[in-house]
Design a protein around this ligand. Sequence first.
Ligand SMILES: Cc1cc2nc3c(=O)[nH]c(=O)nc-3n(C[C@H](O)[C@H](O)[C@H](O)COP(=O)(O)O)c2cc1C
Length: 292
Amino acid sequence: MNKNSIRKIAITINTNCIECGKCIEVCPMGVLTCENNPPVSKKPVVFDPEVCISCGHCIAVCPRNAINHNQLLLDDFQEISSMQKLDWDQFILFTRQRRSIRKFNTRPVPIELLDKILKESTRYSPTGHNRQMTEVMIFEGEYLKSIRDEINNTIIRFSNYLSYIRIFSKKIESVWRSMRSFRNMIESGMDPSTRNAPVAILFTADKRIKESEVDATILSYHTLLSAEILGLRSCYFGALINALPYSRKLRKLIKLSSHQKLVCGLLLGYTNIHYNRLVSRKNINLKVMKEL
Ligand SMILES: Cc1cc2nc3c(=O)[nH]c(=O)nc-3n(C[C@H](O)[C@H](O)[C@H](O)COP(=O)(O)O)c2cc1C
């Protein structure tokens, strides 16, 4: 469901149409289709506009601006003059030098920078059915400190609890050891929860909508890469996702509505840490299926 879906979708083809058939080829829902079946020409006709997902492919592909869509403005579709080719080596270097930062410095992140990232980059991420419904929340200052303190309290509580029951299984023992380690960090004045980051961005999904968690995840990585290009460093905020089910106080602070689910979060900021080497990873676990 799109916000715009309150208004009925109306699509018309104007007289500029040269019947090249490109809009028919790209329409994912078959809303722009051929007049006859089998087709006798490439003249598009509109079939059940209610199922249109407003992806705008027809507008972007049409060489003559012949498509009028009542929910999409032609002016919002910037013309592509020549496609800028990105250098592969630079791209690989860029993605492989990204690191999850475990110690941000005190340099603040201007809200204007986050606004720029979300407005100029993140919102262009793909979403299933072109939903564009992921809700993004920004936490900073005292609010983020309260979240940090409560995650730390949850770690300590959890560590105490697990110390009694760790004897029951190897799995519990292993979780307890991680918690004990985090607890040691907290007690020595470190911040394993928010890594001293000045800002956290959270991405939420609608529990009622299939695949909306995937949308949120894609938006988060798009945001992460965009932030890195602008010199911001990042770390996924799994500590919050993991602590949330165990703390009512955290859930109160995050203020999710009953149908909202927190999918992932990013900690953003700057760091004084300098890495001398790129990321190393295992090979992708790959299976290719071709012959039946
Ligand atoms: C879903 C997810 C949650 C994560 N949560 C945390 C976290 O809570 N704290 C943390 O320090 N790192 C977190 N990380 C970072 C991973 O530990 C990190 O990506 C991995 O160790 C590889 O290191 P790199 O990102 O520096 O290449 C998370 C990463 C992902 C993808």
